[in-house]
Design a protein around this ligand. Structure first.
Ligand code: PGA
Length: 262
């Protein structure tokens, strides 16, 4: 089964509305010459306050080459949850994907496996696609518990989802020690862990779902790392942080991914 690659840019807490729209336009310009059918699924994730502006830029262009994700969303529809934004609300603003369980949210904002599971269910219920992040810390890697830790994150995140829902979801394996550090995980090792994740998915949701689900690598992905990463059997794309903040480097990553898949 051939899985369509995904290159997703996580802009984190960067950019005002006008800057976000400008970057979205610049990304589309980078991809202008490329036939849409040949592109990977290209996704950009601005901050909440820029969702409207980015969606407007993407729809005004009408090229359909770039989709939008929110970086988070809450699982309740509405109510007394000061400071939260619901999945309905990010959908209303034009998001088609939602990143959940990013290690920064787990670490700084107390996001738990249980919350991530509730968010995944809500996102899928509303017809959006969750990008579920998992990954080990340096301490966990050194203690030899990488695989067991990730297995428990994945089992918790996917708990109670149907095989069809699992198949539609996206997972991003992001070793915490590789995020924003310039230290990418060796691509064979990333491929091994991603293969392990696929096997866990197979145990939960069956072979078809395991074959269909896209599993990305994230952590210091750069234009000069993507080709090798995409050459690996189980790596279906990338979740890109720092290098997604300029259209040039993000465009190079998209084009680098294509070299391996076209
Ligand atoms: P990075 O971030 O590419 O800057 O390492 C990746 C991520 O946190 O999604």
């Amino acid at each position: 089964m051939s899985r369509r690659p995904v290159i997703a840019g996580n802009w984190k807490m960067h950019k005002l509305q006008s800057e976000s729209a400008e970057l979205a336009n610049a990304v589309m310009k980078e991809l202008k010459e490329i036939d849409k059918a040949l592109l990977p699924e290209v996704v950009i994730a601005p901050v909440f306050t820029s969702l409207y502006a980015v969606n407007k830029a993407l729809t005004d262009c009408g090229c359909g080459k770039v989709k939008m994700a929110a970086q988070n969303a809450y699982f309740e529809t509405q109510g007394a949850f000061t400071g939260e934004v619901s999945v309905e609300m990010v959908k209303d603003a034009g998001a088609e994907y939602v990143i959940i369980g990013h290690s920064e949210r787990r670490q700084y904002f107390g996001e738990t496996d249980e919350m991530i599971n509730k968010k995944a269910k809500k996102i899928l219920d509303l017809g959006l696609i969750p990008i579920i992040c998992c990954g080990e810390s340096l301490e966990q890697r050194e203690a030899g518990v990488t695989d067991s830790h990730i297995e428990s994150q994945i089992k918790a995140a996917l708990n109670g989802l149907s095989a069809e829902e699992v198949a539609k979801s996206i997972i991003a394996y992001e070793p915490i020690w590789a995020i924003g550090t310039g230290k990418t995980c060796d691509s064979d090792e990333a491929n091994r862990v991603i293969g392990m994740i696929r096997n866990v998915v197979k145990g939960i949701a069956g072979a078809n779902a395991a074959d269909s689900i896209r599993i990305l690598y994230g952590g210091s992905v750069k234009p000069n790392t993507i080709e090798e990463q995409m050459s690996k059997s189980d790596i279906d794309g990338a979740l890109v942080g720092g290098a997604s903040l300029t259209a040039e480097s993000f465009g190079q990553i998209v084009k680098g991914a294509m070299k391996q898949t076209v």
